[in-house]
Design a protein around this ligand. Structure first.
Ligand SMILES: Cc1cc2nc3c(=O)[nH]c(=O)nc-3n(C[C@H](O)[C@H](O)[C@H](O)COP(=O)(O)OP(=O)(O)OC[C@H]3O[C@@H](n4cnc5c(N)ncnc54)[C@H](O)[C@@H]3O)c2cc1C
Length: 429
């Protein structure tokens, strides 16, 4: 195995003044572009293990799975744009080892194939990987995950042939995939171990709304039960294909395709090799600096303080908006113009015709104010703690979402009693 001790830099090395960004997702692209916007002159190299140039992940469980988008339309930037911004993108190279730069000595990242990338500055944007289900039979063919384009290509092909789809996990990705499969006429069952959908993030009224909305569209939603083992045409190691799943409540769900969406785990392995502090993600400060302040980390791989977090807790965001905003913070730190991470968190999820938009962080709320009628599939919930506005979750209500996002960004307030009157537009007090 090549080591950081061997000599000679590979093509694409950013060199002793340049920055190496490990990762090929939204955070990596935005970090690179932001560096150029901030006037960074030295080389910028993105190194990604994926076979594709950086692309947008959100459509993978939406338009792409439904067959309404193609891989080429997902690209984050054109090749010409990278070239004009002088950003080198190395695809198909997994970084397996890394040594930090020291005074008078460049840092070195070693790739699986033996490449050796020398750098002066290092940014980790390694993202997350899907959490694996360990139930017996989980290795059968037809049991799929959805994190990257490779997964999505396989899943889309299997979906077109499938009749009965089991979605394990009632979080955003599972529900988006369920909506896409239902729209394609498949018989879909969602199994969620908790007693409500998306329970980690939304108030019970929104969980209940999504369970009812998916059921109205023909999805079987099973709550409070989990997969105990999968059944297949034969053992996984002899090429068996899934035929269904036994549940902990004794039930059985027949399925010829299973989509697992039980969360994602931060990719901290390189940070750990570097000896950086990790605790449920790479620990960074409000300026995206890791425990080695010369190294930044951004996006899904990091846990960060944020002014909206309850009790000063470190938060690991998993959203497109965070990947963009946090990357800007990391770039500003590298460029020597540090700016604290304070952007209002935002997120969306499209499940068929239902668009959920989130601004702010609802954690620690003690009051949830409902505006509008969930029965009309158009409503929002505003979250408060001690009477102070924390967040909005808006379903098919973009105006409420935008207003709260602006109000939070401006440090303004909307009193709960004013928010409850859906006949009046939301406005700051
Ligand atoms: C299917 C799906 C749908 C989503 N939908 C939404 C949505 O509707 N709204 C929303 O706000 N968010 C959504 N998200 C979340 C959002 O896409 C992510 O939060 C965001 O993409 C994170 O970006 P990132 O750059 O931090 O990490 P990632 O996108 O995970 O990128 C990390 C990259 O680093 C590469 N990498 C890791 N380690 C190495 C290494 N050692 N060497 C080389 N390369 C490495 C990985 O292969 C990957 O390409 C969705 C995510 C998925 C998977």
């Amino acid at each position: 195995m090549p080591s950081v001790q061997s000599s000679g830099a590979s093509a694409g090395s950013p060199g002793a003044d340049g920055v190496l960004i490990v990762g090929g997702g939204q955070a990596a692209v935005n970090l690179a572009s932001s560096l150029r916007e901030l006037g960074w002159q030295a080389a910028v190299t993105i190194v990604s293990e994926e076979a594709y140039a950086p692309y947008q992940r959100p459509p993978l469980s939406k338009a792409f799975l439904s067959g309404n988008a193609e891989a080429t339309t997902l690209e984050s930037r054109s090749a010409e744009r990278y070239e004009s911004d002088r950003i080198t993108v190395l695809t198909g190279h997994r970084v397996t080892d890394v040594r930090a730069a020291a005074p008078g000595r460049p840092g070195v990242a070693v790739t699986e194939a033996g490449g050796r990338l020398e750098f002066g500055h290092l940014a980790l944007a390694t993202g997350a990987r899907p959490r694996r289900l360990t139930a017996p039979g989980a290795g059968l063919a037809g049991i799929c995950y959805l994190r990257d384009l490779g997964h999505a290509l396989e899943l889309r092909e299997r979906l077109s042939a499938a009749q009965r789809v089991l979605v394990v996990g009632g979080g955003f990705i599972g529900l988006e995939a369920a909506a896409a499969a239902t729209a394609k006429g498949k018989a879909v069952t969602v199994v969620e171990a908790a007693d409500r959908l998306i329970g980690r993030v939304v108030a019970p009224v929104i969980s209940g709304f999504y369970a009812a909305a998916h059921r109205r569209r023909g999805v079987r939603v099973l709550l409070g039960t989990a997969v105990s083992r999968f059944e297949g045409t034969g053992p996984a190691d002899t090429g068996g294909t899934v035929t269904g799943a036994h549940l902990t409540d004794g039930g059985f769900v027949p399925a010829d395709l299973v989509i697992i969406g039980i969360g994602a785990e931060p990719r901290t392995e390189l940070a750990e090799r570097l000896g950086l502090a990790c605790a449920g993600g790479i620990v960074v400060d409000g300026f995206a600096r890791t425990s080695d302040p010369a190294i930044v980390a951004a996006g899904d791989c990091a846990v960060t303080p944020h002014p909206a977090a309850a009790d000063g807790a470190l938060v690991r965001f998993e959203s497109y908006g965070h990947a963009m905003d946090h990357a800007k913070v990391a770039a500003a730190t590298l460029a020597g113009v540090p700016a604290r991470y304070e952007a209002v968190p935002w997120f969306w999820s499209d499940q068929g015709p239902l668009k959920l938009q989130i601004a702010g962080l609802s954690g620690g709320f003690d009051q949830a104010v409902l505006r509008g009628d969930p029965g009309q599939e158009r409503f929002s919930v505003l979250y408060y703690r001690d009477g102070r506005l924390l967040a909005v979750h808006a379903v098919n209500s973009p105006r409420d979402y935008l207003t709260v996002r602006r109000v939070l960004a401006a440090g303004q307030q909307i009193p709960p009693e004013a928010a409850a009157d859906a006949g009046q537009p939301l406005q700051p007090a």
